[in-house]
Design a protein around this ligand. Structure first.
Ligand code: ADP
Length: 522
């Protein structure tokens, strides 16, 4: 049986700040269903303690981890209620208010990487594949190849590295080398040096046996200057031949409007009228004017430039975007946290528009599910989007997405065609407030004047499949191919330089033979 250790610093339902947690919560479940012995490794954050399992009833596996010359203890807990998961506990590193954003993040995640690798000697699970996710886990690929390979237990383990967002690079000073136990020779362009510093993300890209990202369009975008965040050259060059895009799915059990405990009224594609009850109840609970015909616009997102919030600062026809938007008969609901400037902008906005706009500056999954169910349209005007899960969840709830045509949004939302009645949402290409407004207006006109078409878009979205079935198959094929290739490699006992030597020898031999032949037949 194929064995995989899936390593992520956030996993739903244990800890979540965004889409990575959704992926790490759902993909391993599907891999298991398809016969892979997959286990998850994640940090044991303070916020999780006492919530998911009784750790006082467990005898954890304890050992020490070396970061350079410093020694830190770790206790590994285990739970298999959803997918067998190892939780790496060290309160000095993980008992904090949040998951990321601390000055010692390089140390917190270097510790996690080393603890995960060391744990293989202790937990009795030697995987075939270690599947790493995002910069926090990049050093695993490097350490496995350069520091652990001499040990028989690690010799045949291969690594996969998945980029969920290229913008987050884990860029630190030279001190990070000491922490990882690496010499200064690693600060080189073909290793992990980047912009004068040390990049954890680059460690994943350069040293993984295979690199994946979360949508086919994002793979191509990453190779361009606009999207590559300074690493596009590397991706076009040495990484290009070992990188693919595999589209994310969502957990269709968790996000299921016909069986969602958090929404006011469950519904499915044949009982769409119950969706409207969600809107009316939501309006009542949160002090919005109850009106079933006022198009409700929703956003659930990190509030950052990446997600297109700067477009909402712009002016259209001399008026502030949000003022112009509210001239229409719409209501507006935002759930998110993020950059101070935008949070302030939305506080002001909700104050001005009283009973037509609600802004929740919070992270709240129950409320998110209520909003997905209550709204008519969902905005995702991202500047770039590796895959995006918000639009998938929205479509599953019959909430029509309005998105910018980029990355995974381009791969998952199809612009509605009034002639063929195909399509699941509205798309615009040029990154501007003007075009975002035009698309909202197009959706608004459709909602108000073409009821049948709007219903058709809702249905088309709900009827599509967003599960992990197909993508999990692709990951399994990838795991198998990587293992097969490296087995052949080992069998031939070759490395790259030997292959070139062999080729050169063969070419030389052919030349000599040919020379002899010509000479003998003169
Ligand atoms: P990201 O770039 O943040 O990973 P995605 O669209 O891929 O964006 O995934 C975001 C996930 O996080 C979705 O499941 C979305 O519903 C959820 N989410 C985002 N912000 C919030 C919030 N404030 N409260 C609850 N869930 C949120």
């Amino acid at each position: 049986m194929l064995k995989c250790l899936f390593v992520s610093t956030e996993v739903a339902p244990y800890a979540k700040t965004g889409g990575l947690a959704d992926v790490a919560g759902a993909l391993p479940k599907e891999l298991r269903a398809q016969g892979v012995d997959v286990r998850i490794a994640m940090p044991y954050y303070g916020s999780m303690q006492g919530r998911f399992f009784d750790d006082s009833a467990q005898e954890p596996i304890n050992f020490d981890v070396f970061l350079g010359w410093k020694q830190h203890p770790v206790s590994v807990f285990y739970d298999d209620k959803i997918v067998p998961t190892y939780f790496f506990k060290n309160d000095h590193f993980y008992y904090r208010g949040g998951l990321y954003g601390y000055d010692d993040d390089y140390e917190r995640f270097a510790f996690f990487c080393k603890a995960v690798l060391d744990s293989i000697q202790h937990i009795g699970f030697i995987p075939d594949i270690i599947h790493c996710n995002d910069w926090q886990t990049g050093p695993i690929c490097l350490l496995l190849k350069d520091k652990y390979k001499w040990d028989k237990r690690y010799e045949n383990i291969r690594s996969i590295f998945t980029i969920h967002n290229m913008k987050f690079q884990g860029l630190f000073g030279d001190y990070a080398l000491d922490t990882l136990g690496l010499g200064s020779e690693y600060k080189a362009a073909d290793k992990i040096e980047f912009n004068g510093g040390i990049s954890f993300l680059k460690a994943g890209l350069v040293y993984a046996d295979f690199v994946t990202t979360v949508s086919p369009s994002y793979v191509e975008e990453l190779k361009t200057w606009e999207y590559g965040c300074g690493l596009d050259g590397l991706l076009r060059d040495t990484v290009a031949t070992r990188m693919v895009g595999i589209l994310n799915g969502i957990d269709t059990e968790k996000y299921d409007p016909s069986d969602d405990p958090f929404i006011y009224e469950t519904y499915d594609v044949d009982h769409l009228w119950n969706k409207e009850k969600n809107k009316l109840e939501f309006q009542k609970e949160f002090g919005l004017k109850q009106n079933s015909r006022s198009m409700m616009i929703g956003i659930i997102s990190r509030i950052t430039d990446q997600k297109g919030f700067d477009l909402m600062k712009q002016t259209i026809d001399g008026r502030w975007f949000l003022d112009k938007l509210m001239d229409l008969n719409v209501q507006f609901v935002l759930l998110g946290t993020g950059e101070y400037e935008y949070e302030n902008m939305f506080k002001h906005f909700s104050y001005v528009y009283g009973d037509r706009a609600r802004v929740f500056l919070d992270f709240n999954e129950e409320l998110a599910q209520k909003i997905y169910a209550a709204c008519d349209v969902f905005l995702m005007p991202s500047a770039f989007e590796p895959c995006g899960l918000g639009q998938l969840i929205a479509m599953r709830y019959g909430t029509v997405p309005i998105v910018r045509k980029t990355g995974g949004l381009k791969d998952t939302v199809i612009h509605y065609n009034y002639q063929t009645k195909e399509g699941t949402g509205f798309e615009f290409e040029e990154y501007s407030g003007y075009w975002l407004y035009q698309k909202i207006k197009e959706a608004y006109d459709c909602y108000n004047y073409d009821h049948e078409d709007f219903k058709q878009i809702m249905k088309n979205g709900m009827e599509k499949s967003y599960g992990w079935n197909e993508s999990a198959k692709k990951y399994i094929n990838l795991y198998k191919s990587v293992l097969e290739i490296s087995a052949l490699w080992n069998q031939a006992n070759l490395d790259v330089s030997n292959i070139w030597k062999e080729c050169a020898e063969k070419i030389y031999k052919v030349k000599v033979d040919l020379g002899n032949y010509i000479n003998n037949n003169k």
